[in-house]
Every structure is written in structure tokens, then in C-alpha cells.
Design a binder for this molecule. Structure first.
Ligand code: GCB
Length: 601
């Protein structure tokens, strides 16, 4: 059985990734771009009438044509220009009361003027669209993308008209069984163009992508690559770091790829000193600037080793919800506030749950000196036997690694959360782990596993996936779903592996301002008591090297309907959705303060 499954998976693995979008361009914010953010006209289309005809076949007369009546007798039953508008970037759910629970299609339309320059290429770039997007330019389809949290772009050089153009996007956030995530998850299914949209103008031969990072295990040797668009062989590529007097030149091979390697006397990036260098990458026609930090990250036995010294990761889990408004976070300001709250908690680490957050988050983490666990939405019970699901998960993993592989803050790629033990799941997940390792040999691989009881008082980390990970993550809810807070006192932890453990979730719910005794569910005192018992249990786990309790901030979830307490919010936040601190916040703050002082990190 296992053999035949393996065979099947080998076939899956060899299949090309179905890429409908063009290869991703990285570092968009430092390129010549024209924003298409702002108000877009929208048509809410729950029956997808603008896509299918009455026989439920894709129609050639869909809303993407943006048709207008030419004669007074013409019948056209939609009109973008007279339809309402929504803000982009932004989820649709929190922009109108009627859309809060909406899960289907909304059509977005924006008109813009563009005067194409002779020797330039133009791409349209989307930071993210949840979940499935079909993009049309001037009435013609240019491509589609699946996955709600990663960027995608399409080349439109030949498709843009001089002067006035219009872009229409069909965004569909219906949950699907074979999707990543699947039908069932504990966060709000925010739909729409949730991140920025822009046109990116580049030279004919341009720097599409690069990896400028220290070689694994080294503190001075950069080993990476620069990729030009197309097959541009034998072209010169230069990497400069002016502050260190570095200017190194390389040549591209037949695929437009230049291998890069040089030494530098770096001040290493760390939470105490988040040093970023300006790096200038140039080719014959193009130049891109980036701010890059250099640090090493490794595992030695039970230790996580940052720049040669063991580190304890004082973390917190975070969902991508705005601290400033209702709904999805996307801006630099959102990121800054969330990460400032984490700093106030004495964190040096965050777990960006359960999907790739917007790029601002990792860029701000880079500048504030906060280490990052990044994750893909392989969550709970996705379809382990489906080839399509695997390809989808791998593609989302590939896209986030492509986007964030130059960020010093990112040290861990997590390939999933609380996935149930089975042979198929082990094959699926270990293949993802291997894919991440091949694509980015510099970072560590993890996953949030589940805890298993060996006997009444002993929890053991024995998930066979552990073999394929560098760092073990474990979610446990002792004191909330599993007994009462005092249960923590009798629990011992064991592991099958000589690897570091991050307790990637623990905690419980509390309604801010509700005070009672420590046995009253939803009171701040109950939550506080969980944290008190948890931290004394955690202190006894010899292989524990980090914690990211669940969660920084109360967040919306359709699974949480309890009136007057939850009201469709998961209340496990240490702070409310507006940032008011619950009593448990101070327990964790003090625990981290002690860790910080004892380890001087
Ligand atoms: C978990 C999940 C997380 C949930 C949390 C909860 O184990 O990983 O996504 O939100 O529990 O609150 O139940």
C-alpha cells in the first residue's frame, strides 16, 4: 500500500506546477510602479450570473466585457459604472454590513489611463486575492490564480491600449473541499482584493528575482543568484553593498541565471541589532535596490542557533487582522502596531498564522528585529489524496518563499497546522518539507503538530513527520479543551526526536472586562490561570526552545457564535481587537521578561 502511494506521489512530484500567472517578480515596492489601489466598482454576483449562462456553461457575454447598450433597445443587465464601489486593498466583508458573511463572487472593475513606453514591459501585480481570481484586461482574459494569500502577476505589455484601459477581476471566495485551506477553518473567510494592485514597468530584459543570503553555516559568505527575465545568457550582473565597499560582477548562463558568491564583513542581523544593508543589484538594463539583513540560523541538537548563539524564541501567534480597523490587515501601519504589541509582550519572535501574511509584515519585522515563523494554509483536514490539492499547496509554498526569501526576519517555513496522522498525509507533508528545503536551503522547516498522550500524565511528541522537520511545533490546549488549568501541573513532556520544540499554540478564551473566579469560563481570571499553569509546565520541558501562545488579538471566526461572549470572535486574544490588554497578557509579559533576563537575548 505504502509503496503504491509512494509511486503515485513520485508522479505528482514530477508533474510541473500548473502556473497560469507569469513567474513572480519580487520586490515590487522598489520598482517603477503605478498603483491601481483606491475605489473599484463592484458587482455582487452570488449566482455567478456574470460568468455562467443559464445552462451553467461559461458565457462569452460575461460581465468581463463591460458591455454598454449601443442602441436604446439593447438589453444589458449590468453596469459597472452605476454599481457601488469597494476600497482596494481591502476585504469586502467589513466594508458593508450585507457582505460580512458573503462567500461567492464579486466582480471588480477599474479604469485607468496608460501610455506605454516603447522599450518597456508592463505587468499587472496583485498582492493577493482571496481565493480564486480571474483577471481580464479590456474585455479579454489574461489569467487566473488560486490561493488567497500569495502574490501573482501577468504580463500585459502587448495587451495594454494607448490611453484608456479597464481591468476586471472576478474574485471568488467560496470554500472548496479540495482547496488549501479546505472547507473548515477557524478564521474569517475575508474575500476580495485584499492587498495592493499595481502596474509594474520594467526594461525589456529585467531582474525578475534574486536571492542574496548568507550561505548556510557561514557568517561572511554570501551565496545566491540573480535571475533575469527570459533566457538572457552572458549578461553582466553586479551586486553592490556600498556600506561595505562591495561591488561584485557575475555573468548569466543560458537561462538568464547568474550564480552569486562573495564575502563581506557583515554586522549580523539580530533582534538586538536588526542591521539592514542597502543592496543594489544591476544588469545591463535594470537596477533594483533592496534592504537586506545577513544572519545565520541553524539547529544543533535541541538548540536553535542564531548567529552562532542559542536563542529562546519568545513569540506570539498572530492572525492577519488590522489593529486599526475591522478586517484584514495589509498596510505598513497595521504591521507596525501588531509588532509593537508583540514587542511590548517582550517578544523576539512571531508566528504568522495560518497563511502567508502581507509583505509589509515581514519587511517591518526585518526593520524592528523580530524573528518570523511563516506558514501556508495546509490546515486540519485537507485532501491528502488529491494531486490538485498537493500542487496547490506546493505552489502557495513556492510563492511565499519566492517573495520572502531575502528577509532576515524569516527563519522558519511551516508546512502546516494540526494535520491528522495518516500515511497519505505523511507523504504529502514530507514532500512539502522537502520542497521548501530544496527551494530555500538556508531556513529551517517546521510544522505545528498535535500532542499525543502516552499515558494519563505524559505527552509525547511522536508524529512521524517530525523526522522531516528541523524544529518541532506543537499545539496543546491543556487547561482549555483538555481539562482545567490545574491539569498542567501533572503533565510531563517527552519526545522521540533530538530536536528543538516550539509550543506553537496554547491558551484559552476570555471576554475582556468579565471578571470572576479562576474556574469561571470566559473570565479574564480563567484565562490568566491557564497561562500561570502553562508557564510553570513549559519551564520543565528540557527541549523547549520557543513559545507562540494563541493568540495576540481576538479575531473574527464564524465558528464562534456564543452571544454576548464571542459574537463571532475567537476570544483567545491576549488583547482585544482594539488592543485592550487582558490579565493573561501580563503573565506572558513577565514570563518573557524573565527569559530575556536569564538568557540575555
Ligand atoms: C487550534 C488552531 C487554531 C484555532 C485554535 C482555537 O488548534 O490551530 O487555528 O483558532 O486552535 O482557538 O481553537
Amino acid at each position: 500500500m505504502l509503496k503504491s502511494l509512494r509511486f503515485l506521489w513520485q508522479i505528482f512530484f514530477l508533474l510541473p506546477v500548473v502556473t497560469i500567472a507569469s513567474e513572480l517578480i519580487i520586490n515590487i515596492e522598489n520598482r517603477n510602479n503605478k498603483s491601481l489601489n483606491g475605489q473599484w466598482n463592484v458587482i455582487i454576483d452570488p449566482f455567478e450570473n456574470g460568468y455562467y449562462d443559464y445552462r451553467y456553461k461559461p458565457s462569452q457575454y460575461g460581465y468581463f466585457r463591460n458591455a454598454k447598450p449601443e442602441k436604446k433597445s439593447d438589453l444589458i443587465e449590468y453596469d459597472f459604472n452605476r454599481s457601488p464601489s469597494l476600497r482596494v486593498p481591502g476585504d469586502w466583508n467589513t466594508q458593508s454590513d450585507t457582505l460580512l458573511f458573503y462567500e461567492s463572487t464579486i466582480w471588480y472593475k477599474k479604469s485607468f489611463d496608460y501610455n506605454k513606453k516603447e522599450d518597456k514591459r508592463v505587468f499587472i501585480y496583485f498582492g493577493a486575492a482571496n481565493y480564486h481570481a480571474i483577471v481580464y484586461l479590456n474585455g479579454k482574459k489574461i489569467g487566473e490564480h488560486t490561493g488567497g494569500f500569495t502574490p501573482f502577476n501577468f504580463e500585459v505589455t502587448e495587451k495594454l491600449k494607448k490611453g484608456s484601459n479597464f481591468i476586471i477581476v472576478k474574485v471568488d471566495n467560496k470554500r472548496v473541499r479540495g482547496g488549501v485551506p479546505t472547507l473548515n477553518f477557524d478564521w474569517w473567510n475575508y474575500g476580495g482584493l485584499t492587498r495592493e494592485v499595481c502596474l509594474v514597468e520594467v526594461p525589456e530584459v529585467f531582474i525578475r528575482d534574486y536571492m542574496i543570503q548568507l550561505e548556510k553555516g557561514s557568517k561572511e559568505k554570501v551565496k545566491g543568484w540573480v535571475k533575469l527575465s527570459g533566457k538572457e545568457s552572458n549578461q553582466g550582473v553586479t551586486v553592490q553593498i556600498p556600506e561595505l565597499g562591495i561591488s561584485e560582477s557575475f555573468k548569466t548562463n543560458g537561462k538568464g541565471l547568474a550564480e552569486v558568491s562573495f564575502n563581506g564583513n557583515f554586522k549580523l542581523w539580530s533582534p538586538q541589532n536588526p542591521k539592514l544593508y542597502q543592496v543594489i543589484i544591476s544588469s545591463d538594463m535594470d537596477e533594483v535596490r533592496d534592504l537586506i539583513g545577513f544572519r545565520s540560523i541553524e539547529v544543533e541538537g535541541n538548540e536553535i542557533v542564531l548567529n552562532g548563539s542559542p536563542v529562546f524564541l519568545r513569540g506570539i501567534s498572530i492572525h492577519e487582522e488590522s489593529p486599526l480597523r475591522d478586517g484584514r490587515a495589509y498596510s505598513r501601519e497595521d504591521s507596525r502596531i501588531l509588532l509593537e504589541w508583540a514587542k511590548e509582550l517582550n517578544c523576539n519572535f512571531v508566528r504568522l498564522a495560518h497563511y502567508p501574511h502581507n509583505e509589509n509584515m515581514v519587511r517591518v519585522a526585518d526593520s524592528m528585529g523580530i524573528l518570523v515563523w511563516a506558514e501556508i494554509p495546509v490546515y486540519w483536514t485537507i485532501e491528502w489524496n488529491s494531486e490538485e490539492t498537493f500542487i496547490n499547496a506546493r505552489k502557495q509554498l513556492s510563492e511565499v518563499i519566492t517573495r520572502d526569501k531575502n528577509r532576515a526576519s524569516v527563519i522558519l517555513w511551516s508546512v502546516g497546522n494540526e494535520t491528522p496522522l495518516s500515511e497519505q498525509r505523511l507523504i504529502f507533508m514530507s514532500n512539502l518539507a522537502q520542497f521548501a528545503r530544496d527551494k530555500d536551503p538556508n531556513r529551517l522547516i517546521t510544522a505545528a503538530l498535535e500532542n499525543h498522550y502516552k499515558d494519563k500524565n505524559t505527552v509525547v511528541i511522536n508524529d512521524p513527520l517530525g523526522k522531516y522537520l528541523d524544529v518541532l511545533g506543537c499545539n496543546e490546549y491543556i487547561g482549555w479543551y483538555d481539562g482545567l488549568p490545574g491539569k498542567c501541573d501533572s503533565i510531563e513532556w517527552e519526545t522521540f526526536y533530538k530536536k528543538p520544540l516550539i509550543m506553537s499554540e496554547f491558551g484559552g478564551g476570555a471576554l475582556y472586562g468579565f471578571h470572576a473566579d479562576t474556574l469561571t469560563r470566559w473570565s479574564e481570571e480563567f484565562q490568566e490561570d491557564i497561562y500561570k499553569h502553562q508557564v510553570s509546565m513549559l519551564d520543565k520541558i528540557s527541549f523547549l526552545r520557543g513559545t507562540t501562545p494563541w493568540i495576540l488579538k481576538d479575531f473574527r471566526s464564524p465558528r464562534r457564535p456564543l452571544p454576548a461572549i464571542q459574537d463571532y470572535f475567537n476570544r483567545k486574544g491576549l488583547v482585544t481587537e482594539d488592543g485592550l490588554k487582558k490579565k493573561a497578557f501580563y503573565i506572558m509579559q513577565e514570563y518573557y521578561n524573565k527569559k530575556k533576563r536569564s538568557l540575555q537575548k
